[in-house]
Ligand binder design. Structure first.
Ligand SMILES: Cc1cc2nc3c(=O)[nH]c(=O)nc-3n(C[C@H](O)[C@H](O)[C@H](O)COP(=O)(O)O)c2cc1C
Length: 336
């Protein structure tokens, strides 16, 4: 299958919500504690938060999504302008395609071209780091988009369900360690929705990664996306994975080792963001709702989505008595 068809399928199969997990994130088991005496003003609270040494308007990374086709180039341009104008960090989709076909590089580089100051993260699959990966690949991955960080995605579930996917996951840890040595920018490791356990998080910390993005179950199911693409329609693994709240709880100790913890996978509301931070995450990431807004309504829809999210986050901060996202902790939660 041509990589361009696959990218097209991925957008079509996710934007309408048909590929959402049936298992919940776990946020529904948690309530934020209402503070009737917050002693804060709506305009005085700050929604800003830090990721990898830079401060952003909201604790929200626009997660890695696309590139490699003409349509993806247009979407990357919209997303990059949106993120730059609103001071949000952005991840590019997997750059494997452009490393195989250099003519596809422009569909990723457009993000940097239109937004010179944007915090932009490169993206590559863990498996790629095992197959004859060289320092030249690392240089192109990062240099072509002048990336501020590089995100490695781990996705064994997606690969195994995907008819044309990889079947051999040996050697990825060594590949990550080499990338940490060569990259010259922080290395972040993420899943794509099946989650990162505490044990895997610890191994990643030992490899020297600067941040772990849990991408847990409860949002977009990549087992489900790939099942829709299978000729035999085998949907057995649609709900495989570690729910996002579990992932955050298991990986919260990483922050004591100086590893930043990004919560993602089904983050949909300002309350989800606040709950994730109160559980110990340092930042959050959102993918599907952003792509859906961009595809269905372009820049206007993205602006409306963000304005609502920001207003709600400001309300949540006041109503929990937290002057800024970093002030949220376990005292702001009741877990049922
Ligand atoms: C259209 C689309 C394309 C994606 N492509 C990539 C990718 O190339 N690399 C990657 O690391 N993750 C990719 N993801 C996964 C997201 O970054 C994210 O981890 C996952 O969708 C869970 O977040 P969500 O529930 O907010 O969608 C993609 C997600 C979407 C919706």
């Amino acid at each position: 299958m041509d990589i361009r068809d696959r990218k097209h399928d991925h957008i079509e199969l996710t934007v309408d919500g048909r590929s959402a997990y049936a298992v919940p994130t776990g946020f529904e088991r948690i309530r934020l504690v209402h503070n009737a005496l917050p002693e804060l003003s709506y305009d005085g609270v700050s929604t800003a938060a830090s990721l990898l040494g830079r401060r952003f308007r909201l604790p929200v990374l626009i997660s890695s999504m696309t590139g490699g086709t003409a349509r993806a180039a247009g979407l990357n341009e919209i997303l990059a302008r949106f993120c730059a104008d609103n001071d949000l960090p952005m991840g590019l989709g997997s750059q494997r395609a452009m490393l195989e076909k250099s003519e596809l590089e422009a569909s990723f580089a457009i993000a940097r071209q239109v937004a010179p100051d944007l915090f932009l993260a490169a993206n590559i699959g863990g498996q790629e780091l095992t197959k004859g990966w060289t320092t030249d690949h690392t240089r192109r991955l990062i240099g072509s988009v002048r990336a501020d960080a590089v995100i490695v995605h781990l996705n064994p579930l997606q690969e195994l369900v995907q008819p044309e996917g990889d079947r051999d996951f040996r050697g990825i840890a060594d590949g990550i360690a080499r990338l940490v040595d060569d990259a010259g920018v922080p290395v972040v490791v993420k899943e794509t929705g099946a989650g990162i356990s505490g044990a895997v998080g610890l191994r990643l910390a030992d490899l020297g990664v600067r941040a772990v993005d849990v991408a847990g179950a409860g949002g977009t199911s990549w087992g489900k996306v790939e099942a829709f693409r299978r000729p035999d329609g085998d949907h057995r693994f649609d709900d495989w994975g570690i729910p996002t709240v579990d992932c955050i709880q298991q990986n919260a100790p990483l922050t004591r080792r100086g590893v930043e913890l990004i919560a993602s996978g089904g983050i949909r509301t300002a309350e989800d963001i606040a709950k994730a931070l109160a559980l110990g995450a340092t930042f959050t990431g959102i993918a599907q709702p952003v792509m859906a807004a961009a595809v269905q309504g372009g820049r206007e829809a993205l602006d409306t989505w963000l304005a609502t999210l920001e207003r709600h986050l400001r309300m949540v901060l006041v109503l929990t008595g937290a002057a800024e996202p970093a002030a949220l902790d376990r005292t702001h939660l009741r877990i049922f």
